[in-house]
Design a protein. Sequence first.
Length: 499
Amino acid sequence: MKKLAIAVFATAAALMIAALAAPFFIPADFVKSRLETLVKERTGRDLHIIGPVSVTLFPRASLTANDVTLSNPPGAFRSDFARFKTIDASLKLFPLLQGAIEIDRVILLEPKVSLEVDKDGRRNWTFHREVRPSVSARPAGHARSSLAPSAVRIIDGEVSYLDRRSDQKYVLSFVNMNVSSASSASVDGSMMYNGKRATMALTIATPGTFYDGGVSPATLRIISPSANFAFDGEVTIKGSRANGAVDLEVPSLRGLASWLEAPLIMRGNGRGRLLAAGRLEALGKKITLSDAKISLDAAPVSGLLSIEDGDGHESFVTAKLRAQGANVKELLSAVAGVDQIAGHGDLSIDITAHGKSIKDAVASLNGSGSIALADGSLTSEGMAGLLNNAFGPRGDDRTGARELEYTSLTGSGTITNGVLHNDDLRLTSPKMTATGAGTVYLSQRRIDYVWLPDIANRGSGQVLITGTWDNPIYKVQSITTKGVMPLPNTTPGSRKNPH
């Protein structure tokens, strides 16, 4: 027992002597120089440690560096890629005593990372490693260093993104994250954006396979007041690929657009509650949602949607969507701000678009679409008044009412460069049938259309509809009467819809 006590005391004394003597055997300048060299080898970037550097072995082996910067790659970038107020790293003791640096855990205090795309489209987060010396080229007795920690803690960080092609800038503040790469890799924590807090949790089940370019199971959860997102599937760093099931819940598209400071497509009065689920396939800059089940303001939509970022800050969109049994007034009001059509039925679109803005994308639309609705109405006070004047009012029907009720409304059309052409629109009601053909200029929200109503026992006509969607102008081109009719109230002519 006495010998054991002496051995324990001697070991403790040796460790204390080593801890006290370590700063003399491992100078801070050596560690600073070695770190800057290693970072250059691993990333091709310049690491500058401006503030003081300290190395301690007691109560733990650690390295503390203050006021640290990591440079951008060559190019017209505005600032350093990253700045750190303090980097506090736990080191592995025995490699350090042999002249190598192996990092175990790292705490990053107030890091500021500036992601930037320059005017030529170059990204500063693309790293190009220098050619590393082979094992045989390493000096004898020189242990190999490693800068891959098993855990990283980020305290009060900031991440900014600037695209100098469009001057768009976004900033995440109060970023607090824990990163672990033990048996599985995980990232979890929170951040602030535009005054709202979001939490994130990412796991990669087999990080070794993932870092080597293989496929690994992965999950991602993002929770915020404006949107909740979940992904369960597989990812690989090779080709930036991901494949899996996704769920998205957005209480209000208007609220989300306001939070993200993004342009809003929706023109209607609906809040835009969005639910979406399907199979996500991401490859490079292209994201596809297949087997999609989407609900917008309670209007169900299914199909396929893909978005791809191209050169020159341009996006390419493909949509093959179908709404079955939808409340068409809710759907069209939410998406396009059109609330003059009511009813239930099916709508389908198969379109492509591209552009740097929503206006450009609408002007580039190509594809086709169709509607098949039942038991609804068309709200058109201008049309109703015009038919009243043309055929004379009758108290026993509602053909001249503000709402033209129908039992079925069908039609199809093709879209070429943002212009919709239709020649088979057909409306059927107990006391009226009508057909229509013409052109709708989608980006201008303008219409040039011919409407051919046929009212039972009263006659038929040809009506020209022009102007904007919100305020169209109706003009009678011709009238054919039949049967005995009262004289019209006024001479047929044009009338502008006050709505």
